[in-house]
Design a protein. Structure first.
Length: 257
């Protein structure tokens, strides 16, 4: 028997699958010597050729089809002629629209051999996302999600970005509720079946303060410390949750990049 959100979830799975497969595809190209513009082009064409459209393109004036956030860039980095160097860490954030619905996901990629410090940050960020997802079910409150992430990463000496958050998403790119990645248990609204949203913790190796550059988009750590992010689009069902953007190439135990 279908519930009243079955059709919505089916469409979210299709959009999420395309977004995830886009990251699977482009991962093989993330090597020293490639530009972030080239990464943008590859992902745009892959999404287009597989029946979708890149949601960020022209969104509120954004000029590219995805975000590429390098090293101390927290989020919303704009693809450019910047060439990737050995040791860089890169977040690629894609959102595919399929049949009017959005699949929004991001993943960290290591460029060649990276430092132990960078790897530890990436691993902790990914683990914080997975820990938050595992508690999801009807009745859980939004503050529980933030608490799960914040308590885990702060115990490891990292900080949670406050200025940006996850968000509701469906046939609208950004909608309520906001999903904070810090917070107190048993606070905020309760999750109910049919809700769809992103969880996308941005975790800094240093302090949590960020600033937005003059381009109006690129957010960087104020102290120039490294930052990492992972993102999934999630749906709440009667029994728990569904991950619309999960990849069979990425284990839930490790980002494997």
């Amino acid at each position: 028997m279908k519930n009243n959100y079955s059709e919505k979830f089916e469409k979210m799975h299709k959009a999420g699958e395309l977004a995830s497969k886009t990251l699977d595809m482009v991962g093989g190209f993330v090597k020293p010597g490639i530009s972030t513009n080239k990464i943008d082009q590859l992902c745009y064409e892959f999404i287009r050729d597989n029946g979708g459209f890149s949601a960020p393109l022209f969104y509120r004036g954004f000029s590219k089809s995805l975000c590429t956030s390098l090293n101390h860039v927290v989020c919303h980095g704009i693809p450019s002629d910047r060439i990737l160097d050995e040791g860089d860490i890169l977040n690629i954030d894609v959102t595919a629209i399929v049949d009017g619905y959005h699949g929004d996901t991001s993943r960290m990629f290591s460029v060649g051999k990276i430092s132990v410090k960078a790897k530890n940050l990436i691993d902790a960020t990914y683990e914080s996302l997975i820990k938050a997802i595992k508690i999801l079910k009807p009745g859980v409150k939004l503050g529980d999600i933030g608490h799960e992430i914040q308590s885990y990463v702060e115990n490891k000496g990292y900080s949670v970005v406050r200025d940006f958050c996850g968000h509701g998403v469906s046939n609208v790119f950004h909608e309520q509720p906001n999903i904070l990645h810090y917070g107190k248990k048993n606070t905020g609204i309760e999750l109910t079946p049919g809700m769809t949203f992103t969880i996308e913790p941005m975790i800094n190796a240093g302090k949590y303060e960020v600033k937005v550059l003059n381009d109006g988009w690129t957010a960087v750590t104020k102290d120039k410390s490294l930052s990492a992010q992972f993102e999934h689009t999630i749906g709440i069902n009667e029994n728990g949750y569904e991950i619309f953007t999960e990849s069979d190439k990425v284990s839930r135990k490790s980002p494997n990049n």
